[in-house]
Design a protein around this ligand. Structure first.
Ligand code: FAD
Ligand code: DHB
Length: 390
């Protein structure tokens, strides 16, 4: 097969990029290792920044997002009994975030494949990248026992943290920045009404908790747990009991318990790979960087990378302009590092680290005190939470 752009990975980054390129008349194909059902079964992010919403709008694929997404004007930081509200709309000149699950966004992009002429080949095996330093790279994969080859002008790696794309960049060229955290987030999804109309991020002496939602009848909660814990260690009852303690009495009084539709543990990590382009290979989303989920940035960073990559690739094919391709890595990384910083600082503020002593805890309390009393501090949090400009 011959195409202009071969995209590896059909998570949100790969599908968004594929649609944006098709909308501008650029030929592309998307290769995905898993089945559509498997991709949709992964319960992940839930909070969309403006950049993500606006890409769906630009594609005209935002009908369900507009109808079912829940716009939020604020969120809360809980420190013991105290609740600090960050009024993001007031602090950012009316901006909001929208609660809409990654699963739903991915479903909307998947459902539009046929109508928009986006070719996605699912259940590919042994994907491998070749000649990425040349102007004629190619990708090979196996499907149903037959090997295939895709010749193209660019390859875009949207294949997540474990995919093969980043590994196709030689170690002598790339640099990895990594921080692993000593805990994971245990998440539960349940068909019960949320305990609060806004998200609550809680720093309790027993650990972190987050009350989130997917709709008015579906809730998503998290607690941090040691990396040695297994999902089976946490019965639904034990998890609901822990959430009620960590989220504090007011939220606890409003928690409706229900059986888990999904329960999983995700490790927390900060990771950046630079550069995000090598020759004819561009990286987007989790293939190039990971943030701890505390700032709700992972999916939104994937969307901003895709925005830059789509501009660069359409410029190249439709206007013979190479500049944005050359600048892609620096442009994307400038925003990536700021989101990394915000996610890292909110993680440090809201979690109890096993190695921390009284001093570190006093610093957290002083910072939360400062945030509670300073509009400037709240504005800084709010403008990062809604998403920095693209
Ligand atoms: P992905 O969604 O990982 O998509 C990559 C795709 O590439 C996958 O479909 C994969 O199957 C495919 N692929 C991999 N290898 C190959 C191959 N060899 N060939 C072809 N295809 C391949 N963010 C938040 O903001 N909040 C959260 O609560 C949150 N929870 C998370 C929980 C987990 C367990 C994980 C892993 C991430 C979570 N994130 C969260 C982050 C967020 O979901 C990601 O940032 C987002 O999915 C990035 O999108 P992506 O398209 O770059 O990568
Ligand atoms: C959700 C996940 C997050 O990481 C976050 O910061 C907020 C909400 C969620 O899954 O709903």
């Amino acid at each position: 097969m011959k195409t202009q752009v071969c995209i590896i990975g059909a998570g949100p980054a790969g599908l968004l990029l594929g649609h944006l390129l098709r909308a501008e008349g650029v030929d592309c194909v998307v290769l995905e290792r898993r089945s559509p059902d498997y991709v949709l079964s992964r319960i992940r992010a839930g909070v969309l920044e403006n950049i993500t919403v606006s890409l769906m709008e630009r594609l005209g694929l935002d009908q369900r997002l507009k109808a079912e997404g829940l716009p939020h004007d604020g969120f809360n930081l809980a420190d013991g009994e105290r609740l600090i509200r960050i009024d993001i709309a007031d602090l950012t000149g009316g901006q909001q975030v929208v609660v809409y699950g990654q699963t739903e966004l991915t479903r909307d992009l998947m459902d539009a494949r046929e109508e928009r002429g986006l070719e996605v080949i699912y259940e590919t095996e042994d994907t491998a990248l070749f000649d990425v330093e040349s102007d004629a790279p190619y990708v090979t994969y196996t499907k149903d026992g037959t090997q295939h080859r895709v010749d193209c002008r660019f390859i875009v790696g949207c294949d997540g943290f474990h995919g093969p794309s980043r590994k196709a960049i030689p170690a002598s060229v790339g640099k990895e920045y990594m921080r692993e955290y000593p805990f994971g987030w245990l998440g539960i999804l349940a068909d019960v009404p949320p305990c609060n109309h806004e998200l609550i991020y809680a720093n309790h002496e027993r650990g972190f908790a987050l009350a989130s939602m997917r709709s008015e009848t579906r809730s998503r909660y998290y607690v941090d747990v040691p990396l040695t814990d297994k999902v089976d260690d946490w019965s639904d009852e034990r998890l609901w009991d822990e959430l009620a303690i960590r989220l504090g009495p007011e939220a606890a009084a409003n928690i409706t318990r229900g059986s888990a539709l999904e329960k999983s543990i995700a490790p927390l990590r900060s990771f950046v790979f630079a550069p995000m382009r090598h020759g004819s290979l561009l990286l987007c989303g989790d293939s190039a960087h990971i943030v701890p989920p505390t700032g709700a940035k992972g999916l939104n960073l994937a969307a901003s990378d895709v925005h830059y990559a789509a501009e660069a690739l359409t410029g190249f094919f439709n206007k013979s302009d190479n500049d944005a391709i050359t600048a892609y890595s620096d442009t994307a990384l400038a925003r990536v590092w700021k989101s990394e910083r915000f996610s890292w600082s909110l993680t440090k503020l809201m979690h109890r680290f096993p190695e921390d002593g009284l001093f570190e805890r006093a610093m957290q309390q002083a910072e939360l005190d400062y945030i509670a009393s300073s509009r400037a501090a709240q504005t800084s949090i709010a403008e990062n939470y809604v998403g920095l400009p693209v």
